[in-house]
Design a protein around this ligand. Structure first.
Ligand SMILES: Nc1ncnc2c1ncn2[C@@H]1O[C@H](COP(=O)(O)OP(=O)(O)OP(=O)(O)O)[C@@H](O)[C@H]1O
Ligand SMILES: [Mg+2]
Length: 383
């Protein structure tokens, strides 16, 4: 049997990627022209995949520009961050590991890094500092890409995924100021910062009182358009000896409201259940399977919110807009007007709902289907 043409759960930058031409072109142009860029979107719309895709293209064409992608997901402290930053910059600066050792010595003045190379140098290169010294001289690390750039006549593009994680470090406020002040002066280095906690990212970059305000161009990544999904889905079926017509493919995108991860997941389940040609029957079965697979997650979601918050969600799915009107507050038992505004803020901050054209919606389309079934007894299956 052929492998599924639909992929979810990891970044997709090559074969399962629908061309986000416009966004990719904008990001590529920004990064090559020295414009720091911040990418913000709800979870799993495709930020990491887009960055990977653009960086791969840049790597192919631009020999004088070195690129680095660092995922801060598991990084827990400033020291760890600085060591990782230094290591990855040094690795990116040359394809030869012998040069990494030289760089490690040559490009620091006060800091003395401890370097070691394992049997497989490409994957086993480590660098560490004396933490006290590092704390005093962190600017040497933060300026490392600029220093190397000048000496070697190269430029850097540095992408930091899950950037909001930095705000959980001890002493974050100082670090934030330092990062901003060194990074904004660098001429040979461009930064791309993105992360999955939308609320925290917005707080870092959109708050006029914070150091990173106006650090760069903020890209609000849109969803992938329906017509691109239709082309992507029908081609995926065709390439693997199955078929689906455009109307049916459109239903897959429509049910998942064009949410990147979920469209791929539903397309995958549908593809898997299809022998020759996909129809509504396969989609319905696939949808049931998808909701079933995600149910523990959704249950967890509702167990973690209060009853008035749950009621607020019910009002949202019913399309209410005047949450503090007496009628709506009564019908849904939303509590006091204070409860309403607190709950609204909390549900937005945790990315359960967001405002689109003045109307509140669930961020997660499959969670909404599950929620409607669970609490309003509305079926999600199609006729
Ligand atoms: N351009 C694309 N074409 C097709 N599918 C995509 C595309 N971008 C993302 N996806 C789908 O969405 C999933 C999530 O993508 P990705 O991890 O890049 O999103 P993210 O915004 O970085 O997520 P998170 O907010 O969790 O970090 C992928 O596994 C893939 O299934
Ligand atoms: Mg991501």
């Amino acid at each position: 049997m052929k492998d599924s043409p639909f992929i979810y759960g990891t970044t997709v930058s090559t074969h399962a990627f629908t061309n986000r031409e416009a966004e990719a072109a904008k990001l590529r142009s920004n990064l090559l022209n020295g414009i720091n860029t911040i990418i913000i979107s709800p979870r799993r719309w495709g930020k990491s995949s887009l960055v990977e895709k653009v960086i791969l293209e840049i790597n192919k064409k631009e020999k004088k520009t070195k690129t680095v992608i660092i995922d801060l997901f598991t990084v827990g402290s400033e020291e760890e961050f600085l060591e990782m930053f230094a290591r990855e910059i040094i690795k990116a600066s040359s394809p030869k590991w012998q040069e990494w050792l030289v760089s490690g010595k040559e490009f620091f003045n006060k800091l003395i890094p401890k370097l070691s190379i394992g049997l497989d140098p490409m994957n086993d290169f480590s660098l560490s500092f004396d933490w006290k010294e590092l704390k005093k001289n962190s600017e040497e690390v933060l300026n490392l890409p600029e220093t190397i750039g000048k000496k070697k006549g190269i430029k850097f593009i540095i992408c930091l995924d899950e950037f909001q994680n930095i705000s959980s470090f001890n002493g974050y406020a100082d670090l934030e100021k330092k990062l901003r002040s060194y990074w904004q002066r660098q001429k040979l280095v461009t930064y791309c910062l993105y992360g999955s906690k939308r609320h925290m990212m917005t707080e870092i970059f959109n708050n006029a009182g914070k150091p990173f305000y106006r650090f760069g161009d903020i890209m609000l990544l849109p969803k992938i358009e329906t017509k691109k999904w239709i082309a992507f889905i029908t081609k995926g079926f065709q390439d693997t000896g199955k078929s689906i017509d455009e109307k049916t493919a459109e239903r897959i995108a429509g049910l998942m409201k064009n949410h990147s991860w979920y469209v791929q997941q539903l397309a995958h389940y549908t593809w898997n259940l299809t022998h020759k040609k996909a129809s509504v029957i396969e989609i319905n079965n696939a949808l049931t399977e998808l909701i079933y697979a995600n149910t523990p997650l959704y249950q967890n979601e509702v167990e973690n919110i209060s009853i008035t918050q749950l009621n607020f969600l019910k009002a949202v799915v019913k399309g209410e807009t005047q949450f503090t009107s007496a009628a709506v507050m009564n019908t849904y038992a939303l509590g006091t007007p204070r409860n309403v505004s607190k709950n609204k803020a909390l549900l937005i901050n945790t990315d359960l709902i967001h405002e689109v054209d003045g109307i509140f919606q669930f961020v997660d389309p499959a969670f909404e289907l599950w929620f409607r079934k669970q609490f309003l007894n509305q079926s999600y299956l199609m006729e």
